[in-house]
Design a protein around this ligand. Structure first.
Ligand SMILES: [Zn+2]
Length: 191
């Protein structure tokens, strides 16, 4: 069942949501190379107009694939340290939150963590259909919207495609940081 009222995002106009998506992509671009990852998230406090942005962060582990704190998890930590009220905030992400089980993160799936913490409004650059469809996210109770800005969408899709084994533009010996750098060089002057 989809709650119609829940889908109304008029408290944060689309223009503002797009500006925040732009801001988190610029945040990622301006991070030192070794701190960048292919996903960035931010929590915007509607009461103080502060944006708490974070990238995914690799954490020590013995797993051969590595273990990562996801960007939403890191952004939530920052937001709580700064006293953000989840019900008076919006979550911005380059990629929609994870839903499925994974042994490559030390925390729960981001979609359920956000919901349990009381965050329900999300604006994203790209829906990760390996995790859920837009309808499925909404059925979970997430009031999620997707960018309508084609330039920002292209960047978010390209970031997510880094790990895609079928990616046609994969270069021999390509580094993750080099790939991210190239994608982020496409950030427009403004939105
Ligand atoms: Zn996640």
């Amino acid at each position: 069942m989809i709650d119609k009222a829940l889908l109304e995002t008029d408290q944060v106009p689309l223009e503002k949501r797009e500006e925040l998506l732009y801001e988190i992509l610029k945040y990622l671009r301006d991070l030192p190379l070794d701190k960048r990852s292919v996903v960035v998230a931010g929590i915007y406090d509607l009461e103080t107009n502060q944006l708490y942005a974070a990238s995914s962060r690799e954490v020590p582990s013995t797993s051969e694939y590595g273990m990562w704190n996801h960007a939403e998890f890191e952004a939530m930590k920052l937001a709580f340290e700064n006293g953000v009220d989840p019900s008076k905030s919006i979550v911005i992400t380059s990629l929609s939150p994870c839903v499925v089980e994974s042994n490559r993160r030390p925390h729960d799936a981001c979609a359920s963590m956000l919901l349990e913490a009381g965050f329900s409004k999300i604006h994203t650059g790209h829906i990760d259909i390996r995790q859920a469809t837009l309808e499925e996210y909404r059925e979970m109770g997430l009031n999620i919207t997707v960018t309508e800005n084609q330039q920002l969408a292209r960047i978010c899709v390209a970031l997510d495609r880094f790990f895609d084994p079928d990616r046609a533009d994969r270069k021999k010996g390509e580094s993750k940081q080099g790939y991210i750098d190239e994608v982020l060089s496409g950030i427009p002057e403004g939105v």
